[in-house]
Design a protein around this ligand. Structure first.
Ligand SMILES: [Zn+2]
Length: 375
């Protein structure tokens, strides 16, 4: 892997090259009737006209909408107001502490949102413990940090029309401020500061998942497009590292009525569901579709959609090897957990346990990618 001191930043849409933004705006509360805030240390209120005042604040206070603006405890504030914690101070939103500037907003539907404006590297501290076990080996966490950073930069602007960069949930990456941050996480982010994966001089849109079940997936099989045209680092690789993972093999049982409901969300069945079998399988071993027999007709239904309808945590992946009929339902036998694209977290953990460094781990899961520093 070449380690270039990449200074240029390829903006995803226009291809224009500008300096990489060093801060990110994350929506930590969206469309809520109210939010509970607690200050730990001094906090300043900054109004849109720049007026600042120190907030006298003890215990838990509530942020609520009011006609034309916001109400914070008994303070009447404009519809967009910033809370700036002093150095070393934090504001808890619900149970989670935040050190960045909190932008309090009145939404059009008379609800409130809170956006944190936070340096990118601090945002990554809050992502890591939610996306990988913070007690896993440091080199695995460093690989995760680079992937999470690349993902974050690649997704900046995705929610521009909503007034922020990233969500704090699984639509992008789970972020809960400083909750769960330990020394291991701090070291992983610090030791990879600014590092992202690139491909042909551009930022690589990276992904990760819990366990690939022995072969990572081609990105186009999950997000559409021609698999033959997927950038080389995202085409999938054979992975023997995760074979001893507890998520390698699983089985899950669903009744015929569960299955009928899940199929009907995605296809119209012309009669009672009589059987379900696996359809096409892709090169990495993931099922592309199921063939459902209902009445006298066979209907093909996309496996990924059936998985979502059954519950992505109940049907852990679409890498389904067999379906076995049981009383009143079917037992699914499968491998791995998640969509399978990019970094396999269990494989990364096993590689780190065998003394491999994060650059080796990244080279393994993203062959051909470059490691660069965003400046
Ligand atoms: Zn794997």
């Amino acid at each position: 892997m070449t380690f270039a001191a990449l200074v240029l930043w390829a903006a995803a849409a226009a291809g224009a090259q500008t300096a990489a933004p060093s801060r990110v705006q994350v929506a930590i509360v969206r469309g809520a009737v109210s939010a509970a805030l607690t200050a730990v240390g001094g906090v300043e209120v900054v109004e849109p006209d720049g007026r600042r005042r120190a907030l006298e604040w003890k215990g838990l206070i509530r942020l609520r909408p009011r006609e034309g603006g916001l109400r914070l405890a008994d303070l009447r504030l404009p519809s967009e107001t910033r809370l700036v914690p002093a150095a070393g101070a934090r504001v808890r939103v619900g149970p989670d502490p935040y050190e960045g500037t909190l932008i309090l907003r009145l939404d059009p539907g008379q609800t409130v949102s809170i956006i944190e404006d936070v340096p990118m590297e601090d945002y990554l501290l809050g992502v890591l413990p939610n996306e990988m076990n913070p007690d896993w080996p440091l080199e695995a966490l460093k690989a995760q940090a680079v992937v999470a950073r690349s993902f974050a930069y690649a997704n900046l602007g995705r929610f521009k029309k909503d007034g922020f960069d990233l969500t704090a949930d699984t639509r992008t990456q789970v972020y809960r401020g400083l909750s769960g941050v330990n020394e291991n996480v701090r070291a992983a982010v610090r030791q990879t500061r600014g590092e992202v994966l690139g491909w042909k001089g551009r930022l690589l849109r990276t992904y990760f998942h819990a366990c690939c079940g022995g072969h990572t997936e081609n990105a186009a099989e999950v997000w559409g497009g021609n698999p033959a045209q997927t950038p080389q680092p995202l085409r999938g690789v054979v992975d023997n590292w995760c074979r001893t993972s507890p998520q390698m093999h699983w089985s899950a049982y669903f009744t015929w009525s569960d299955l009928t409901a899940a199929l009907e969300e995605n296809a119209s069945l012309t009669g009672t569901l009589k059987s379900l079998r696996l359809g096409r399988r892709d090169a990495a071993g993931y099922a592309c579709d199921f063939v459902a027999r209902a009445g006298r007709r066979d209907v093909r239904v996309k496996a990924a959609e059936v998985r979502l309808a059954l519950g992505a945590s109940d049907l852990k992946s679409t890498k389904i090897r067999r379906l076995i009929a049981r009383k009143k339902g079917l037992e699914f036998y499968g491998a791995g957990s998640g969509h399978g694209v990019g970094l396999c977290q269990w494989g990364a953990r096993r590689q780190a346990e065998h003394g491999r460094g994060y650059e080796q781990i990244l080279r393994f899961y993203f062959p051909g990618a470059t490691l660069s520093v965003v400046e």
